[in-house]
Design a protein around this ligand. Sequence first.
Ligand code: GLY
Length: 312
Amino acid sequence: MQPKLIIHGGAGSSLKTKEASQAVRYSLYKVIEDIYSLLLNGASAGEAVVRGCQLLEDDPRFNAGTGSVLQSDGQIRMSAALMDGTQQRFSGVINISRVKNPIYLAKTLQDSADRVLSDYGAAELARELHTPTYNPLTEVRLKEWLQERQENFDRTMADVVAEQEFVKPSESGRGTIGVVALDSQGHLAAGTSTGGKGFERIGRVSDSAMPAGNYANRKAGVSCTGIGEHIIDECLAAKIVVRVTDGLSLREAMARSFTEARENDRDFAAIALDYTGAIAYGKTSKTLLAAYHTGEQIGDTLEMVEDVQTIF
Ligand code: GLY
């Protein structure tokens, strides 16, 4: 079967400059090309998703791994999840600090009896695995936090991507990264990783390591980005997947879910694939930073104006 791939680097307000858009497009296309060739060489959907998430976590532009946003107390706490569609198995870590790639911890937990670990337990796992201590802080994110602290954290979220020159934005953004893959065996997997909203209370739990934000089975896979509380309230990823499982086409499942999201005034986006190879993406946010590979061509959503689009 022809592999399919879709990835995202967050959703939110529009990027401030054309250069920022070009830089994001370049980053996303590089990951799409690398991961799609892995899929062509026989990698499983799960392997492709983990490697894709790792590349996006390593890019300081995106709010996951290196370049994660800071929470209200100035600390970075990251969350990540992996869902294998064939086994319908979810694993994840919540609010982990001082590791480079939270997605690897989520992957390790796929074969564990205890599959979702939070802060202290996740740190213990990292220690048991001899994961090197790593500081994901970047200068741009530190400046962003310092500015916000002066203004008593009046924004709801940090910028969707870390643009090189920090300028106080007029609107907030939402960052997360995600990958959904369909491999040559027809297997689906989804992965999502985030530094959270930015400036949040200690202990706040992101949607990214919940089935609301990251879900897959044999029929469909979805990764979400945007305001976690909105994603949780809609149970977005699981809802789209269940709708496809119950017989809706991916196009119908996305359209219905995003119509409800608009009615409920939500601010988020999602990327999705189904077992037939259909690719879909939807947003209520102004911008979704996503790119996909159809097998024939690469495309992106940076200039998308519609709420939902599906490619067959
Ligand atoms: N969607 C990322 C978060 O709200 O934490």
